[in-house]
Design a protein around this ligand. Structure first.
Ligand code: UTP
Length: 475
């Protein structure tokens, strides 16, 4: 590009940024080389200044906001908790039919940065297998292979990555031959990035030529499905129903037919799976109506009156913890994505954001110095004409890897996964390994008690590679 054209682009960008009080982004301009200037201009051209201003305004006035008035929402209960077992059987048939008809796609959000876990690769590359150390992605691929075999349909798998995870995720799948899945049925798409803001609402430089950005939250999956063309791809394949989950839950029941069936019977735009909160202080959001609108109320937002409320049996009134397992219709995703500015607001959370000082030297702050902005997928609930909320069994379905140690860690997730395997073996009448033994089941062959039973065996040793057992310390 000619120098005068470059200067003109700079002046245009500077003017645009100045109109929004963001001209400090260019404060090192005179020190930058040609390539650095171009990079900064390229980055600046993609910034949605008006959206950032709205995000700052919306998030700066909220500290003294009145907590919302909450009401409970109807939940399809598990048969063990009073739910209708026949209705669950009907839902299973309906969901199975949708899978057999090829109407369903699977969507995993895997663009997060795993900061709490402190893992330097994508979380999906975490070695979760209790014996083989197979990764979360490999385990999920096994489940999808099992579903493809069972329903004789491709069940395309859409994997959302971000700048932080894209290259490493694609490389992992390439090295492992897509974990046994046909490459055309594993579709990667990348979520957007959004600039972080300091507490005054100004963008933050991470280098003299680079504005700090973070992945735009799991809610970015809905907009990225549209902008990447993946939503069109789904519709071309005859898909109208999308099963959404997070990459970090090794207990996930991908495309659970019963859940799909309830969603379809309710003709819901969007569905939510919930589990019983362990106690009022547990750090999960609850599904409820807030000031009349259905949504997920985060554990930081619920006030004590609602948090501790119990019914006449002493049970928590707001017990329905959201575990981020959703189902969407493709038409609803399109509507939300097309109206994202209105329907998916940015939420701010205070973080330590790497930056530079006035001399351009790097600083690692020890205290939060700004807000990361993120869109939350569950904000779409408020726009749904019909929502279906279905209870799941936490012990069998949800044990995420969030932290390096303690609750929701690799250790707790492996322990819970082994407990699920034991329950399958037990239900199938297969002799249980000693307590403390590690167990690993190949989900492409056995993905529940029924398939364990169909093996027709009495001991794990008869299952070859399908069921592996390794004696533990206490075995
Ligand atoms: P979390 O909010 O738990 O984030 O994301 P995380 O990246 O796994 O971990 P922390 O918060 O940095 O410690 C829940 C799910 O949403 C995905 C994550 O990959 C995970 O599957 N996610 C989150 C995205 O795909 N993109 C985002 O921008 C944020």
């Amino acid at each position: 590009m000619s120098e005068s054209r470059g200067q003109q682009n700079y002046e245009e960008a500077l003017g645009r940024f100045r109109d929004h009080g963001q001209e400090r982004v260019f404060r090192f301009w005179d020190d930058l080389g040609g390539l650095q200037r171009q990079q900064l201009l390229d980055q600046a051209s993609a910034v949605d200044l008006a959206a950032l201003e709205r995000a700052h305004d919306a998030n700066s006035g909220c500290t003294g906001a009145r907590p919302p008035k909450l009401e409970t929402v109807p939940v399809v209960r598990l048969p063990a908790h009073g739910g209708d077992a026949l209705a669950a059987d009907r839902a299973f048939e309906r969901g199975s039919q949708a899978l057999a008809d090829g109407r369903v796609a699977v969507l995993v959000v895997a663009g997060g940065q795993a900061t709490r876990l402190g893992f330097d690769q994508p979380k999906g590359a975490y070695p979760v297998g209790p014996i083989s150390e197979r990764t979360l992605f490999e385990q999920q691929a096994q489940k999808i292979r099992g579903l493809r075999r069972r329903y004789e349909r491709p069940l395309p798998w859409y994997i959302m990555t971000s700048d932080a995870t894209d290259a490493a995720t694609r490389a992992l799948f390439a090295e492992n031959d897509s974990f046994g899945l046909p490459a055309e049925d594993v579709i990667f798409f990348q979520q957007g990035m959004v600039q972080s803001l300091d507490f005054e609402g100004r963008m933050i430089l991470e280098r003299p030529d680079r504005i700090f950005e973070n992945p735009n939250g799991h809610g970015g999956s809905l907009t990225a499905l549209l902008s990447s063309g993946s939503l069109d791809d789904m519709e071309r394949r005859g898909i109208d129903t999308v099963f959404y989950y997070q990459v970090d839950n090794p207990l996930i029941r991908i495309a659970d037919p019963t859940y799909l069936g309830f969603h379809l019977e309710a003709e819901a735009d969007m569905s939510c799976k919930v589990v019983q909160k362990r106690d009022p202080m547990e750090k999960v959001g609850v599904v409820a109506r807030a000031d009349g609108k259905i949504g997920v109320i985060e554990y930081t937002e619920i006030d004590d009156e609602h948090r501790f409320a119990t019914d006449d049996k002493g049970e928590l009134v707001f017990w329905a913890g959201s575990v981020a397992i959703h189902i969407f219709s493709t038409a609803f995703i399109r509507r939300v994505a097309e109206n994202a500015d209105e329907l998916l607001p940015y939420h701010a959370s205070a973080k330590r954001i790497p930056t530079i000082d006035e001399g351009g030297q790097p600083i690692q702050p020890t205290e939060p110095n700004g807000h990361k902005l993120e869109r939350f997928v569950f904000d779409a609930l408020a726009a749904a004409r019909s929502v279906c909320i279905v209870e799941g069994d936490r012990n069998l379905e949800y044990s995420p890897i969030k932290n390096a140690e303690g609750t929701d860690s690799p250790t707790s997730a492996r322990r819970d996964l082994i407990a699920v395997y034991r329950s399958w073996l037990d239900a199938a009448g297969i002799e249980l390994p000693k307590n403390g033994a590690a167990i690993e089941i190949d989900h492409s062959r056995v993905d529940g008690p029924d398939e364990a039973r169909q093996l027709g065996i009495q001991r794990c040793a008869e299952a070859g590679d399908t069921i592996r057992v390794q004696a533990g310390e206490s075995a």
